[in-house]
Design a protein around this ligand. Structure first.
Ligand code: F6R
Length: 234
């Protein structure tokens, strides 16, 4: 893993942006995207830049089950607000959390990923080491699937909702195998509450107990950390 340590999320966002710009320059045209607070500074830099994605495809990692695209808490809404409205892609895909048949929707999404191999995938990491919504224990050969969120993730996400009971309990997520197919993976992490997960991801064993540790087996991973997230590395 190529580890870049920065002072804060603003500097990290700039480093992340540089990787997007370089990937574009080298012909990348399918970008795997994430939501959450972590990628926001990278998206801000992209929005402020002259990068043009009108010939590119984006494929998001995940979406809550049960939220419509115009629900302010949906990941679809988040992506439009933070990136797509300002930097439209030729085609943007997110899982449809309102699909009647969620298993069929997962299969449809896998076909999208298979037809559009991801050149650069941006990831955040959960405090429990999840990537996408692949919670601890998720099989490493998983493709897109329906997920029951853990209490730790529900608690972490509650800050975005008015009432904790409004936080969806399920999501659709790309699987670990889907993420590992990406040609280049960029994981960003900021803040002390990510330090244990980062230590496990980089220095611990490769185990389904800490889903992000699977990245040890990928040959092209860049990790951008602030000093707090890197503070437990030896
Ligand atoms: C979001 C996602 C999640 C987040 C993770 C960290 O699409 O897949 O894995 O990256 O929960 O969230 P933040 O960035 O809010 O700390």
């Amino acid at each position: 893993m190529n580890i870049i340590i920065v002072k804060n999320a603003v500097e990290g966002g700039h480093e992340g942006y540089k990787l997007f710009a370089e990937a574009k320059k080298n012909g990348a045209h399918v970008f795997g995207l994430a939501t959450g607070s972590t990628p926001i500074t990278t998206y801000q830099e992209i929005v402020a830049s002259d990068l043009d994605f009108s010939d590119s495809i984006s494929i998001n990692l995940d979406e809550y089950v049960g939220l419509a695209a115009d629900n302010e808490q949906s990941y679809n809404y988040f992506m439009h607000k933070n990136l797509f409205n300002q930097k439209p892609f030729k085609q943007s895909y997110l899982p449809n959390g309102l699909a009647e048949d969620l298993e069929a929707e997962a299969k449809r999404y896998d076909k999208i990923i298979a037809d559009n191999p991801i050149d650069l995938q941006i990831l955040g990491i959960g405090r429990n080491g999840h990537i996408g919504f692949n919670e601890p224990g998720t099989p490493q050969d998983s493709k897109t699937h329906r997920v029951a969120l853990t209490q730790s993730t529900i608690d972490a996400n509650a800050r975005f909702f008015e009432h904790e009971e409004d936080v969806p309990k399920e999501a659709l997520s790309m699987g670990l195998a889907s993420i590992m197919q990406s040609k280049h993976i960029l994981l960003e992490a900021y803040g002390e509450d990510k330090a244990d997960a980062i230590k496990g991801m980089i220095e611990g064993p490769n185990t389904p107990d800490l889903p992000a540790s699977i990245l040890q087996g990928h040959g092209n991973v860049t990790v951008i950390l602030d000093e707090a997230a890197a503070s437990k590395l030896t």
